[in-house]
Ligand binder design. Sequence first.
Ligand SMILES: NC(=O)c1ccc[n+]([C@@H]2O[C@H](COP(=O)([O-])OP(=O)(O)OC[C@H]3O[C@@H](n4cnc5c(N)ncnc54)[C@H](O)[C@@H]3O)[C@@H](O)[C@H]2O)c1
Ligand SMILES: [Zn+2]
Length: 394
Amino acid sequence: MPEPSTPSFNQRFDIAFAYPVHFTRGLLQPGNTCLPDTLDRLKEGRCHRVAVIVDSGVSDARPAMLEELREVAHAHRDRMELAGPPLILPGGEAVKNGWKPVRNVMTTLGDLHLDRQSFVLAIGGGSLLDMVGFATSIVHRGLRLVRVPTTTLAQNDAGVGVKNGMNEHGQKNFVGTFAPPFAVINDAEFLTTLPPPHWIGGVAEAFKVAIIKDADLFGQLCDDAEALAGRDLEAMARAVHRCAVLHLEHIRTSGDPFEFGSARPLDFGHWAGHRLEVLSDYHLGHGQATAVGIAIDSVYAAANDLLADAELEAILTGLERCGLPTWSDLLDRRTPGGNLDILAGLEQFREHLGGELTVTLPAGIGERIEVHHMSAEAVADAIGTLRQRTKQDR
Ligand SMILES: NC(=O)c1ccc[n+]([C@@H]2O[C@H](COP(=O)([O-])OP(=O)(O)OC[C@H]3O[C@@H](n4cnc5c(N)ncnc54)[C@H](O)[C@@H]3O)[C@@H](O)[C@H]2O)c1
Ligand SMILES: [Zn+2]
């Protein structure tokens, strides 16, 4: 131990993070220079080595994309070089369960001798981006990551932020790092090949952020509900852009981008959503589970006079008109002790963030409040209300 008179040294420094999020169309088409421009944005005057990792859901849907990527690299060979053949991995939530895919990515990056100034280009859904982002953040303590999100949810939420997550210990995102990317490139054309649940899933995140932050976006989503459900790409691109910008603004201005505090305002609806994903063995997609979580917390908020009846109805019908669920039979599942299993999500949510339970609820459309307690009885009542509503529709 130093002597008591030895002064402490208070270490402190700041690191500024900056990354562009580009919105383009036809990223891999001839004449589109977004990719080489992005890799070369620091104007370092060299050819950048790039390891490419692709979600097989994307490459299966667009078999020509790997050849298109090679052609882009060849056309811009003064600025970019593919370090090896693309590594193609199955996407979806399974890629976040277990360590095999992470080890696979780490081994590939090692075999290709990538250094801290080399690039990893990850093309895929939020699950693959989370897994690749995690692996990339730990190899050499962090390589440069360029994300190309290919689902609506990844383009408006998962792919544009500063963190990643892996499922462990029976919990969603139990493991992960905060690791801002080098850049993000959103190309709306990737969305055209999405299976229906993944086309619409991201709209739940748009509702989430609209309900607590942006009444105009909420109105736009309700106006566009049929267009969104009917696969109108322009309506989707509008919703994705606004939602992505709201997420980015929140990260930049909230004062807590790396979530040191106990609150996570953008996780409205997620305490129940995350638990539902686990209860469904991840058969329920993140977007669909989030929609049900939003429904529960909105009914709960209305019961506490935080939302008017008309506002609650607008939320529930808005989600439903888009084709998003407001009910899951898993909400009725009970523990051996007889409690609603979904309620375990509250304590897991608290433990994940640390400190006091902090749940964000809407307070009118476009505004929010934080509460530090949720009554189990009132959550059960909210679930009862949603059950009844679904039964009436059947
Ligand atoms: N890191 C974060 O900040 C953050 C934020 C929100 C969500 N997430 C995570 O994102 C994950 C959900 O991601 P998601 O909703 O993008 O789904 P996903 O990544 O699980 O992908 C869903 C399916 O779509 C396929 N797919 C992807 N793009 C395709 C395309 N263009 N055409 C055809 N098929 C395609 C995939 O192969 C997969 O089968 C969850 O694990 C969630 O926790 C992370
Ligand atoms: Zn989410």
